[in-house]
Design a protein around this ligand. Structure first.
Ligand SMILES: NC(=O)c1ccc[n+]([C@@H]2O[C@H](COP(=O)([O-])OP(=O)(O)OC[C@H]3O[C@@H](n4cnc5c(N)ncnc54)[C@H](OP(=O)(O)O)[C@@H]3O)[C@@H](O)[C@H]2O)c1
Length: 288
């Protein structure tokens, strides 16, 4: 694919998984790419092709408050056309078993970090009257399964920011895309964090033995290699995202993977059924 125009991409968490695939595909397509990572030395080892192909590493941890100033500097040094908020991890644990600090950590990485990046890139995009903001969310940004309250809360919340933003900047020439991957073949599962208080009892408390919390936490903890049911190819995800951005998408959400499409259809059906069931009650509460 030839670059339509000189275009600069800033991708957070570009050293691994979907971010890495996206960074390499964008470089292959002829775009300039700046990739953030918490550890440039490790990133050089895990993704040596990136620098060889002209990619620029930017060492920062988007979850730290000082990342705001680092993003501002980056935005001033490079004229960012496409921001991809990709970096993230999943905390898996029951609501009762999860400590408040564990929720805060999840929100710092999956909510405040992306929010920081967005707020720092917007002034230059507004001034130019063009730009693309892409959020790598998740099917969990639309569906909250057992054991995923914190992860889903962080993704629901950051999706809300991007959904609202998409309407705020529509007339300013800036497009917003929310990507919702299903299960993809990346090291993501190996980085899952579970409740510290229950590390010695497999990540859940005795009260939740035999429940969906045990099933979800156990399934997440015991992943030694990528299971067969995980069908998503991160390179194909990267190609789909580039196609959507360069093609000038006119939709807000892009689900990725058959599993995610099926899950979304099921959730939409459930919402529709709830709406039908509650309509008589819901519509009877307006003033006479
Ligand atoms: N793989 C899936 O099945 C799947 C499904 C749905 C959604 N997603 C979403 O896709 C995005 C990318 O995930 P992936 O599958 O590519 O996973 P990955 O291979 O683990 O990559 C995650 C990236 O995020 C950064 N990161 C991880 N934990 C971080 C932390 N605590 N603080 C700051 N940065 C952190 C890492 O960057 P450094 O270590 O270089 O700093 C890494 O490059 C995430 O937002 C995830 O929620 C993935």
């Amino acid at each position: 694919m030839a670059a339509a125009s000189p275009s600069t991409w800033l991708i957070t968490g570009a050293s691994s998984g979907i971010g890495k695939s996206l960074a390499l595909e964008a470089l292959k397509a002829g775009y300039k790419v700046i990739g953030t990572t918490r550890d440039v030395g490790k990133a050089e080892i895990s993704c040596p092709e990136f620098s060889v192909m002209g990619g620029i590493w930017k060492g920062l941890d988007h979850a730290q408050r000082n990342a705001f100033d680092q993003f501002v500097k980056c935005s001033q040094e490079h004229s960012i056309d496409v921001l991809v908020n990709n970096a993230g991890y999943a905390f898996i644990g029951g609501v009762e078993d999860t400590g408040e600090d564990e929720v805060r950590d999840q929100m710092e990485v999956n909510f405040y970090g992306p929010l920081r990046a967005v707020r720092t890139c917007l002034p230059a995009m507004r001034a130019r009257g063009s730009g693309n903001i892409v959020l790598i969310s998740s099917g969990a940004g639309f569906i909250a399964r057992p054991g995923r309250a914190s992860y889903s809360a962080s993704k629901f919340a950051i999706e809300a920011v991007h959904e609202s933003l998409s309407q705020e900047v529509k007339t300013l020439g800036i497009k917003v895309l929310i990507v919702e991957p299903g299960a993809f073949r990346t090291p993501f599962s190996s980085r899952i964090i579970t409740p510290a208080q229950y590390n010695s009892s497999n990540g859940f408390s005795e009260a939740y033995k035999g429940t969906t919390v045990e099933q979800m936490v156990t399934a997440s903890r015991n992943i030694m290699s990528i299971p067969d049911f995980v069908k998503g190819d991160p390179d194909k995800a990267a190609q789909a995202i580039i196609e959507a951005v360069i093609g000038g998408h006119d939709y807000l959400r892009l689900p990725l993977g058959q599993d995610c499409v099926t899950a979304l259809e099921s959730k939409i059906g459930q919402l529709q059924r709830d709406l039908e069931a509650t309509k008589p009650l819901a519509t009877a509460t307006d003033v006479d």
